[in-house]
Design a protein around this ligand. Structure first.
Ligand code: AMP
Length: 427
């Protein structure tokens, strides 16, 4: 992949037409982000694109704006039946709604010429079938619901001229491989394909090799990551909640997104914070779709200031200028760490990611750092300092840490001291 050049052409210079330009001006998109500067001309030229880009890099507009332009300019009389012209596949319901909303927003000066529909699970299929009855110019869908719609003949995919796979790595890691293969089988061979992924594990590379035709390739992650300041604080496990409450109160962050490892931890932590005078909402996969949407909307519009979530919130969700992401529990995989911290510092804004680690996390966090080529300083907060060794009473209870992806088979016999420099030492 080529590294993106950051030469800043304007949206007009990239060839964007007036109705779309006007909307971008209203949205205060002054100049294209690197992913937009590279992708927009490639899409307008009809090329397949493979881009390594996180959410927060402006990738939705990078594909939505030029695709809307192509759709509105194309001469097509064939708008009969349950046709779909542009299909955007995304891994989660929230992302489906968000991407469809972005399409609708960018298209707002196209005089309603294009029909844009979102289809995702967790809500009744009937309304979605109804809105797809006369077809759609753009369908943004999760793979499972798309297959439901296909099998009930609510849509046909044989006229799709453009396909976008957004967050392809997430789609595959969530286990959508089979569904994806079925959807791809239902698509015409001749189409323009754009694939965006934050990471490129083997299965994504296999997919790109199969799917993309002589693609233009770009890599953007490094610029995105550099806008996030990462802090790592060591603390004895029993003091973690107290430290979290202390940090929230001391810094008075306007909003904070706190990641934990399990659904029930969300609720426990919310109760514990509430006892310390901090009101927090929870967001996880066991909540009904309506509740998930309400919580997310409340967080997006600032009514909720502290949100405790599982990794379901780590991808795709765009919350404007989130000041801080806190890893209360570590994510399982090194890739998820990057996705979590990517919720902060969006579209070039400075962000902050704070990770709280206790003795039992040290080794796992070392692996996360190594895989992500990071080397972060361990901090202590006065009054919450971690002991050098794990306190004896905790050694007993110390549960084995979930093994991160690719962490090998070797077992660490002794935990490293809290703030020791253990990089480069053999474990
Ligand atoms: P995305 O990576 O598509 O989720 O976009 C992240 C955020 O950046 C969204 O809030 C967009 O509205 C915003 N954004 C996208 N492109 C631009 C741009 N060129 N200028 C300013 N903000 C942008």
């Amino acid at each position: 992949m080529t590294q993106a050049s950051s030469s800043a052409a304007s949206f007009a210079q990239l060839g964007i037409i007036a109705p779309l330009l006007n909307r971008l001006t209203e949205l205060a998109y002054v100049s294209p982000t690197p992913v937009q500067a590279a992708t927009i001309p490639a899409v307008l030229a009809g090329r397949d694109v493979l881009a390594g880009a996180n959410t927060g890099s402006g990738k939705t507009a990078a594909f939505a704006v030029p695709l809307l332009q192509q759709l509105v300019e194309a001469k097509t009389d064939d708008k009969t039946g349950a046709y779909v012209r542009c299909l955007v596949l995304v891994p989660t319901r929230e992302l489906a709604q968000q991407v469809a909303d972005s399409f609708l927003s960018y298209a707002s000066h196209l005089n309603g010429k294009l029909k844009i529909v979102a289809a995702f699970g967790g809500v009744s299929v009937n309304a979605q079938m109804q809105s797809l009855r006369a077809g759609a110019d753009v369908l943004v869908a999760t793979p499972g619901r798309l297959l439901d719609l296909l099998s009930s003949n609510a849509i046909k995919l044989n006229r799709v001229s453009a396909l976008v796979l957004d967050e392809a790595d997430r789609m595959l890691s969530l286990g959508f491989t089979e569904e994806l293969a079925q959807v791809l089988d239902a698509l015409p061979a001749k189409k323009q394909t754009l694939l965006f992924s934050a990471t490129f594990p083997e299965e994504v590379r296999e997919l790109t090799a199969k799917l993309l035709n002589d693609p233009l390739e770009y890599q953007f992650q490094s610029e995105q990551e550099s806008t996030i300041h990462q802090r790592v604080i060591t603390v004895n496990r029993p003091m973690k909640t107290a430290l979290l409450a202390h940090l929230i109160k001391e810094h008075q962050w306007s909003q904070a997104l706190i990641f934990v490892s399990a659904k029930n931890t969300c609720n426990h932590l919310a109760q514990k914070l509430s006892k310390r005078g901090i009101s927090a909402e929870v967001f996880h996969g066991d909540k009904a779709q309506g509740a998930r949407t309400r919580v997310l909307d409340g967080f997006k519009n600032g009514e909720i200031s502290v949100l405790i979530a599982t990794d379901i919130a780590a991808r795709g969700i765009d919350i404007d200028k989130l000041p801080v992401v806190i890893n209360f529990d570590l994510p399982r995989s090194p890739a998820d760490y990057m996705h979590r911290i990517g919720r902060s510092g969006r579209a070039g804004e400075a962000g902050l990611a704070v990770t709280l680690i206790s003795h039992e996390d040290y080794h796992h966090f070392g692996v996360i750092e190594k895989k992500n080529k990071l080397k972060l300083v361990r901090e202590q907060i006065v009054g919450f300092e971690a002991d050098d060794e794990m306190p004896a009473e905790l050694l007993e209870q110390a549960k084995p840490v979930a093994k991160p992806e690719g962490s090998g088979k070797k077992k660490r016999k002794q935990l490293p001291p809290a703030n020791a420099e253990f990089w480069g030492k053999k474990s």
